[in-house]
Ligand binder design. Structure first.
Ligand code: URA
Length: 197
């Protein structure tokens, strides 16, 4: 099956994902699941936590305030948003932007796994601790996990089903929205991506 069709199948399954505790909240609010966007041949995949309100309303990842910051980060290293793939660990918006629960992560993560198997990126950039925790475990480097405050901006090597990957954990852009110091850190960390372009 073509990559596009495989992604469409994931979208269709998520549209009908009634087993999720977030499904009712989605339909009550006329929200959409947010599958992801970008190149299906991307070398670099960004993985956030879960859609916010703007994302759930439009079905596009990182299109609200955090997304503006991510766009600025991409511009800062001359990387086109269309060339990468941007998605989330959890595909539906948790109520009032609360953290996703362990059960929700378990439920949605297999969709992310399938997306990674389709795209086969060489570089995975995790935005925030939830996607960091998940991807480190998935890539077989769980023992190297530390709090994100310790390992943000550091480059790790791991292995997924299709081969070796580079993992770069970054603070979530929302963390930088209200604090200029955090923003400087995020942009500094982001410069590491340049070596993989
Ligand atoms: N925060 C995320 O983690 N993902 C989005 O898509 C938007 C905000």
């Amino acid at each position: 099956m073509e990559k596009r069709d495989q992604m469409k199948q994931i979208r269709d399954e998520l549209l009908d994902f009634k087993v999720s505790p977030l499904y009712v909240y989605r339909t009550e609010n006329n929200y959409f699941p947010v599958i992801g966007e970008g190149s299906h041949d991307a070398r670099i995949v960004f993985i956030g936590e879960a859609p916010g309100e703007q994302e759930a309303k439009t079905a596009r990842p990182f299109c609200g305030r955090s997304g503006k910051l991510l766009d600025e980060m991409l511009v800062s290293i001359n990387l086109d948003r269309e060339k990468v793939y941007i998605t989330n660990l959890v595909k539906d918006r948790p109520q009032n932007n609360r953290d996703p629960s362990f059960e929700e992560i378990q439920l949605y993560a297999p969709f992310l796994d399938r997306q990674l198997d389709i795209i086969r990126p060489r570089v995975i950039i995790m935005l925030g601790r939830h996607s960091m925790n998940y991807c480190f475990e998935k890539a077989g480097i769980k023992e190297q996990l530390e709090p994100i405050s310790k390992i943000h901006g550091k480059v790790f090597k791991g292995k997924l089903s299709y081969g070796e990957v580079i993992l770069l954990p970054l603070y979530h852009p929302a963390y930088a929205l209200y604090n200029p110091n955090n923003k400087v850190t995020l942009f500094e960390d982001f410069k590491h991506v340049q070596q993989f372009l």
